[in-house]
Design a protein around this ligand. Structure first.
Ligand code: AKG
Length: 352
């Protein structure tokens, strides 16, 4: 599918032969399934261990008397009502302090972020997450891990904990200037993953660039109508897209779009691999701040940069320890050094 947005994005990227080869396999349905099977076959015992741990965790949550949280795969999302999941208030409180620390740096970060990376960037990095272990704890509660393990089929890995800051876009910005995650896309790490989003600033309407998405079944219908999931730019974190608004709106009714508006503290679990989504189209003079935690399969198909977390705070064999142990551990600060220390390369990686 020819799309000027895709072509521009692709030509901006200088990627090597190996990456192009990977993407040419990964962007076809059959190739993607092949990569999934190959990833699973590479770690059979780990997969078994994580499946068993997921069953034990489910039994533990039921025994505790809590009502297990479940995400309907047809929808690919679930709102979290106040009090439904422990840790949301802690996230808001801790992130409010972290935002206070970041405030004096915001203009410098905006000025330093090149071109399209002005869309959104992270306030935390590995060091600031390590200083706030409560953020990680809130992402690996028994209740949340049980919910995501059920959805992904085994105890998953927490890969990202971020505070995404989206500044107002320049006055002249309109659809032709939108790029990356401001356009409808699927995330590309796998065919399923879950992100927890918690609003850290009130998001009232279009002025605040709300996260906007189509439920998973509607997304599938729309991308089928558009000729299957199109190939995202080689080397991109997107498996498919970006699609223009006009393309998406041709096949989805206005009432099918879901928007994450609401007051600070509103929380959402969203499968960003199965739902077409966009956000951060923030109008000039406004801003949007969102907490984002990303949980993915251990055997994911396409790894993107991830945080370092201190797994050893949890005992060996616990689901929490498993959730903080990726297949390919990197040292602290490898992908995400402290963004407030003026390391501009970090800002360029964005918040997603
Ligand atoms: O709300 C946004 O800025 C979009 C976020 C996004 O695309 C993602 O986290 O995958």
């Amino acid at each position: 599918m020819k799309n000027p947005v895709i072509e521009n994005a692709a030509s901006e990227r200088q990627v090597g032969l190996k990456t192009r080869l990977h993407f040419s396999i990964y962007s076809s349905r059959a190739g993607f399934r092949l990569l999934q099977a190959q990833r699973r076959a590479a770690h059979p015992f780990e997969l078994l261990r994580r499946k068993r741990a997921a069953s034990a965790l489910a039994a533990k949550v039921v025994a505790s008397g809590a009502k297990p949280l479940r995400i309907d795969p047809k929808l690919g999302y679930r709102w979290i009502e106040p009090g439904e999941l422990p840790g949301i208030d802690t996230i808001v409180e801790s992130c409010t302090e972290a935002i206070g620390e970041a405030r004096p740096h915001v203009q410098r970060l905006i000025d330093a972020a090149p071109g399209r990376f002005r869309i959104a960037f992270d306030f935390l990095g590995d060091d600031r997450v390590a200083d706030r272990p409560e953020l990680v704890d809130s992402m690996v509660t028994d209740e949340l891990l049980d919910c995501v393990s059920d959805y992904l089929g085994a105890v998953p890995v927490l890969r990202r904990v971020a505070i995404g800051y989206s500044p107002g876009q320049p006055e002249e910005a309109h659809e032709e200037e939108w790029g990356g995650s401001q356009l409808f896309h699927y995330d590309g790490e796998d065919d399923r993953q879950i992100k927890l989003f918690v609003l850290l600033s009130d998001v009232e309407d279009e002025r605040h660039g709300p996260l906007t998405f189509l439920p998973a079944d509607v997304s599938a219908r729309v991308s089928d109508a558009l000729g299957g999931k199109p190939e995202g730019p080689a080397g991109s974190y997107m498996r498919a897209g970006p699609y223009t608004d006009a393309e998406v709106r041709k096949h989805a009714a206005p009432e099918e779009f879901v928007q994450m508006t609401g007051k600070r503290g509103r929380a959402l679990l969203l499968d960003t691999c199965a739902t077409l989504h966009q956000g951060s189209r923030v109008k000039a003079g406004h801003e949007r701040i969102v907490f984002m935690g990303a949980v993915q399969r251990y055997h994911l198909v396409h790894a993107t940069p991830y945080n370092w977390f201190d797994a050893e705070r949890f005992a060996a064999g616990t689901p929490q320890r498993l959730a903080l142990t990726p297949p390919d551990p990197r040292s602290r600060g490898f992908f995400f050094p402290d963004p407030l220390r003026g390391d501009h390369a970090t800002n360029a990686r964005g918040a997603g």
